[in-house]
Design a protein around this ligand. Structure first.
Ligand SMILES: NC(=O)c1ccc[n+]([C@@H]2O[C@H](COP(=O)([O-])OP(=O)(O)OC[C@H]3O[C@@H](n4cnc5c(N)ncnc54)[C@H](OP(=O)(O)O)[C@@H]3O)[C@@H](O)[C@H]2O)c1
Length: 330
């Protein structure tokens, strides 16, 4: 079937490792080990994430696992004809804990098993969430990774209450745009940083109360920082927090090794540093409920047919996108 996949690994030029074309998924290393009792979903829309570029670079994807179909997010049609959203976190069958993001053997689609950038994807039945009629397939496909991550950062990990102030580092990414919209709807004062005035203003257009150039001094310290940029903004995030404040960290787009770890400030103020990754199936269900109840919808940068997925990958790599890059199959 038609798919966008990692044909090999290339740490330096990830798009050189990308292939878009026909592939016999059952014959790939991941397809061959997919359990028989998983259900096959007809993908209507998928969405790109930075994770797909990391995979092409070999981060989390060993060379013996390729060719590997990329993609973590999908919405589509289940075998019984129902419309579904795919929760991408695949737990180890032996995992008994409540919080599925803490399963040390968990995997995301496209890491061990084939991902969602294909006409069909196979997943465990328990990973399906009903897609309400109010959401388009493209909107629903934005939720399982970036939006779920933002939801958990804000509502599960941060400890923020309505009326407090949150700083979102970066304005245009899928996670950042989700954070701005969710935080505004939750009654927080929302500040954003960006390297670009145009993107900063767009974040204000989405609902941020103010934007500041990356690294700029803020009018006052904030209650929490949502950090997905990593090395480039880490010191600023730590310095932006009021004593006792919280930084929630979900990504390292600009690198994972900041020039300064800021250890002294972290213990002396004292600050909380909380890691966050994806979310549970129940949180995805609650996120869907929030969108239905509020009318809030993901910011979609562009919709690209699967056959032209390379164009969307180029845009992802360039960093020029604002919101989610959606891939459509029909
Ligand atoms: N842990 C998880 O479960 C999880 C889930 C989803 C995503 N993530 C991670 O979260 C990160 C964000 O992903 P994404 O897809 O939303 O967007 P992305 O395209 O990786 O990030 C773009 C954002 O980072 C900012 N940015 C990039 N380089 C920067 C630099 N050198 N200095 C300052 N700002 C910079 C951009 O802001 P401006 O252009 O406005 O300056 C933009 O808002 C990625 O690292 C991803 O892997 C983690």
């Amino acid at each position: 079937m038609l798919a966008a996949y990692a044909a090999r690994i290339d740490p330096d030029r990830p798009l050189d490792a990308l292939a878009v074309g026909e592939i016999d998924i059952a014959a790939t290393p991941g397809g061959a080990q997919t359990p028989d009792d998983w259900v096959e979903i007809e993908v209507r829309a998928a969405a790109l994430n930075h994770h797909d570029l990391f995979s092409l670079r070999g981060v989390g994807l060993p060379s013996e696992a390729v060719p590997m179909v990329l993609g973590c997010d999908a919405a589509g049609i289940a075998p019984d004809g129902s419309e579904v959203i795919v929760h991408s976190v695949i737990n180890d069958p032996g995992y008994a804990g409540q919080d599925t993001t803490c399963d040390p053997r968990r995997t995301l689609l496209s890491e061990r098993y084939p991902g969602t950038l294909a006409e069909r994807v196979r997943v465990p039945r328990r990973n399906l969430v009903v897609k309400p009629a109010e959401l388009e397939f493209a909107e629903a496909a934005c939720l399982p990774t970036a939006w779920l991550t933002a939801y958990r950062m804000l509502f599960v990990q941060s400890g923020l209450r309505p009326g407090q102030t949150v700083l979102v580092q970066g304005a245009g990414g899928g996670v950042a745009t989700a954070l701005v919209l969710l935080a505004r709807h939750a009654g927080l004062q929302v500040w954003v940083t960006s390297r670009s005035p145009e993107r900063g203003e767009r974040a204000v257009g989405l609902g941020a109360h103010a934007w500041f150039p990356s690294g700029a001094r803020l009018p006052e310290r904030v209650d929490a920082v949502m950090e997905s940029v990593g090395a480039a903004t880490w010191s600023h995030s730590i310095n932006a927090l009021r004593p006792g404040g919280t930084v929630v960290l979900c990504g390292t787009t600009s690198g994972a090794e900041p020039a300064r770890a800021e250890l002294t400030r972290i213990f002396f103020r004292p600050l909380r540093v909380i890691g966050s990754t994806m979310g549970t199936r129940e949180e995805l269900q609650d996120l869907v409920g929030l969108l239905v109840a509020t009318g809030l919808r993901p910011v979609i940068d562009s919709r690209t047919p699967l056959a032209d997925a390379r164009d969307a990958f180029r845009r992802l790599e360039s960093g020029a996108g604002f919101g989610k890059l959606v891939i459509t199959t029909a």
